[in-house]
Design a protein around this ligand. Structure first.
Ligand code: NAD
Length: 487
């Protein structure tokens, strides 16, 4: 792989410590980093290289999936780390950075490839990219890439404005927008599974599939993120990005040997085929919820309005369930139910595909028959299971469901950030959000934001430790379905 300088804005932040350093370390152990690789950490605080390296080591001890105890390995890893003070709006700091990078590139006699990772709040994106352009940091002879974290905008217009500004300094194929759900191993397997298994390929359409359920349940509440979360809610924090990305990854039909361009093109087509909601339709397709007090895992927890730093009058959403339809050849008529919420009964991200029941439709009497289900468990455990019907010899030969379960061992599963950083270093953008996807997602979500804003959609209270408001069950019940695995 080509020599690279990894320039990390926000090197003293939480994301860097919990995710980025451990990911880099695990890639290093797996020999997946370029031979010549250096990291320049940036932050406002004055730090020596030595202290910075000690801080990185500390975060590995706390957060790396592999034990980081081998001193030789650790030394070799940390040698690549330097630190430079940078305040995003101080132009002279960028000149200092440029000087440091050029010096390193000269010493290492490497082609100057530069990856700028922005692990800072989105309010800084525009200032940083403008300064990268102006300072000459972006005019290396090698490649330059920009990695940014969500949120990409607050609504359709702000996302467009942000993108317009970023594009002044970086071209679309140089921008890698992280949606960490796309880094999760099971999500990355979805297209491989579908493409390489005729059994799945044959069934992947409205002839066989009755409905699809995509769930991302969290046990945690708002935690320490009140200031951020109270302005975004479940719809912006989870639905507009992660949940719609899961929908896209599941529903694309790809030709063999697809490139990242194919994947992103197909995802864009799915978003274009998504039936649009008018503001007036929102309340019949979207359930909005907020958690009240309740009990989770035996512990009593407060409701959202009693959380620290949340106003007692907040109407922010902590839960959303929605029914979506894709109007294309493969999926016309198949409802997709998507939900995500905080303070749910359990933590799970999964996709359930419920198959049609031809025998039931023919009127045959099969009381005990359950539909075939194909389940992709995405987190916290990774696995795939298939529910079939078999005969129960101990019970008068009645039908009974049988489960074929596969569970991936945790030890072998790389973290999402490992996958994503490795892809970005290779310039492979298949698992990053293209601007078209981001824009189309905001476009689809905008009428919901407007309807929420105008209070056209009731805010249902649900007890913490449940699966959300009862109205979310009604959304499926009116079509004759129910959420699977709510028990
Ligand atoms: P954080 O507040 O812990 O860290 C922010 C970093 O920005 C710090 O290193 C800080 O020094 C730096 N910074 C702030 N003002 C600066 C300035 N004027 N000049 C230079 N540096 C400055 O935040 P975080 O949790 O690390 O998140 C970083 C970004 O990643 C945010 O946009 C967040 O929304 C996004 N994100 C975080 C997570 C997560 O798990 N923490 C997950 C997804 C997305």
């Amino acid at each position: 792989m080509e020599a690279t300088t990894f320039v990390l804005f926000g090197a003293t932040g939480d994301l860097a410590k919990r995710k980025i350093y451990p990911a880099l370390y695990n890639l290093f152990v797996d020999q997946k980093l370029p031979q010549s690789f250096s990291v320049i950490g940036l932050g406002r605080r004055e730090l020596s290289d030595k202290t910075f390296q000690a801080n990185v080591e500390q975060s590995l001890l706390m957060f790396s999936r592999r034990e980081a105890k081998d001193p030789v390995l650790m030394n070799n890893f940390l040698r690549a780390f330097r630190y430079s003070v940078l305040d995003v709006s101080r132009k002279e700091d960028y000149q200092k950075l440029l000087h440091l990078i050029e010096q390193q590139e000269e010493e290492q006699r490497t082609v100057p490839n530069r990856m700028f990772y922005l692990s800072v709040g989105p309010e800084f994106f525009e200032t940083i990219t403008a300064n990268i352009l102006e300072s000459g940091l972006g005019s290396a002879n090698g490649w330059k890439r920009l990695v940014i974290e969500k949120p990409f905008g607050h609504d359709l217009q702000s996302a467009r404005d942000l993108n317009e500004n970023l594009s002044k300094a970086f071209k679309e194929d140089e921008i890698f927008r992280v949606d960490h759900y796309l880094g999760k191993p099971m999500v990355q397997k979805l297209e491989v599974l579908q493409q390489n298994n005729p059994v799945l390929q044959a069934l992947w359409n409205n002839r066989y599939i009755a409905n699809v359920q995509i769930t991302a349940n969290e046990i945690v509440g708002v935690e320490e993120r009140a200031g951020y979360y109270d302005h975004v809610g479940a719809i912006r924090d989870m639905f507009q990005n992660h949940m719609l990305q899961l929908l896209m990854m599941l529903t694309i039909h790809l030709p063999n040997n697809s490139t990242s361009e194919n994947i992103r093109f197909k995802k864009k087509q799915v978003m274009e085929s998504l039936e649009k909601l008018q503001k007036e339709d929102v309340k019949s397709h979207v359930i909005r919820g907020q958690y009240g007090p309740g009990t989770i895992e035996g512990k009593t927890v407060v409701g959202y309005l009693s959380e620290p730093n949340i106003a007692a009058t907040s109407r922010n959403d902590t839960f959303i369930a929605a029914k979506l339809q894709i109007d294309n050849y493969f999926w016309r008529g198949v409802p997709f139910y998507i939900r995500t919420g905080k303070r749910m009964k359990d933590k799970s991200t999964r996709i359930v595909i419920e198959f049609k029941e031809p025998l039931k439709q023919s009127g045959a009497n099969h009381d005990n028959k359950t539909p075939n289900l194909l389940v992709f468990e995405i987190s916290p455990h990774e696995g795939i299971s298939l529910q079939l019907n078999t005969r129960d010899h101990l019970n008068k030969g009645e039908l009974k469901p049988m489960h074929i379960d596969f569970r991936e061992s945790r030890d072998h599963v790389p973290e999402a950030y490992e996958n994503l950083i490795s892809h970005a270093l290779h310039g492979d953008s298949a698992f990053f959000a293209h601007w078209d996807e981001v824009e189309l997602s905001w476009q689809w979500v905008q009428p919901i934001l407007d309807a929420y804003e105008e209070n056209q959609v009731p805010l249902h209270l649900y007890a913490a430790g449940t699966y959300g408001p009862a109205e979310s069950d009604d959304l499926l019940a009116q079509d004759g379905y129910h959420w699977w695995f709510d028990d």
